[in-house]
Design a protein around this ligand. Sequence first.
Ligand code: TXA
Ligand code: MG
Length: 325
Amino acid sequence: MKTEYLNADSPADLSRAAHWLKHGELVAVPTETVYGLAADATNPTAVEKIFEAKGRPKNHPLITHIRDLDQLDFWAQRPPAWLYPVLESAWPGPLTVVLRKQPWVNPVVTGGLDSIGLRMPSHPALMNLLNIGQLAVAAPSANLYQQLTPTSPQQVCAALGGRIAAILDGGRCQLGTESTIVRISDNEVRVLRAGPLQRRELEALFPVPVVVPESHQEHVPGNKRVHYRPRTPVYLKSRNEIMSAGKRSDLVHLYFSDELSQWAAEQDDLQAIVMPADAAGYRHALYASLYQADQHQAGAIWIEMPPQAEGWDDIWDRLRRATLS
Ligand code: TXA
Ligand code: MG
C-alpha cells in the first residue's frame, strides 16, 4: 500500500485524512502526547486493521479519542457525576479515563474488556480532523508492537510506511510520553499508567482519593512491564558508574547533568546525546533521543539516572520498562 503524506496545516489534507478514516482506512495522527494510529472507532473492520498493521495482540485494549465531553455518555455507562466538571478542566489533554463501556461498543475496540479508555486530545490538527469527519477514533501509539513510541512523523514513517493509508504530519509532539491512564470508580481513582499528569495535578483535579501504585502493575493486557524499548539494550547508570567506566566506543550515552557534561567534554569522540535537565524538556526529548541512540547500532545505551523528583514519574516508568530484560 502506498502511504500518503498529509500536512496538518492544509485543510485539503485534513479532509483527505477524514476521507480515509470514513472509508475504514488507517491514518497516523499527531496528538499532544505521541503519534497515534487512528481508525474510526465505530467501524470494527477498520479497528481490526490497527492490530494487523502494528502486529499487536487482539486482547490489548485501545484508547478511543473523542472530540467533545458530550460524547462521554455515548461511549461510557454511568460515569460518576463528579467526573464531568473534572473533565471540563482536564480535557482536552493527556488524561485517559477508563469507565464501563456502553453495551453497543464493539469488543474489538476494548480488547474484549467491558471497560473503555477515553480521552479528548488537545492537538489542534487532530481536533480539526475529528470535527471535520464528525469522528471518534480508536488509536494506540503509531509504532510496531513493542517498538519505540513515535513522537515525530519520520519515526511513524519508518515503522508503518507502506502499511497504512496516510500519515498526517503535525510536527513533533509537544509532550512526548503517553497519556496518564486512570481507572474511575465511584469513590476512587487509580493510576494505571504514569503520564504527563502526575500525583499533584491528579489530586488537585479529583474530588475522590487518587491511588498511585509505587511501581508498575499490569492490570490489563497491553500494559506490559517490558515495553517502550529500543533494539539496543538500555542500562540506567549513576554518574559515578559512567565516569569510572571511562569512554567506551561500544556505548552511546544519554546524560543531562553538568557533571557529565564536563566529563564528556574531556573525552574524545564520545557517542552521546545531551538531554534537557528539566522534566518537561526531558519528556519531550525522551523517545526521539532513544530512537536516535538506536540508530548508532552500539552495543548498549547507557542512560544517566534521572532525578528522583516530583514530576519525573512517567519518565522513570518508561526508562524502567525500557531497561528490563
Ligand atoms: O497518549 C496516549 O495515550 C497515546 C495517544 C495516541 O493518545 N495512546 C497510547 O495508546 O498510548 P497505547 O495503545 O499505546 O496504549 C493504550 C493502553 C493499553 O495498552 C492499556 O494499557 C490502556 O491503554 N487501556 C486502554 N483501554 C483500557 C481499558 N479499558 N482498561 C484498562 N486499560 C486500558
Ligand atoms: Mg504504545
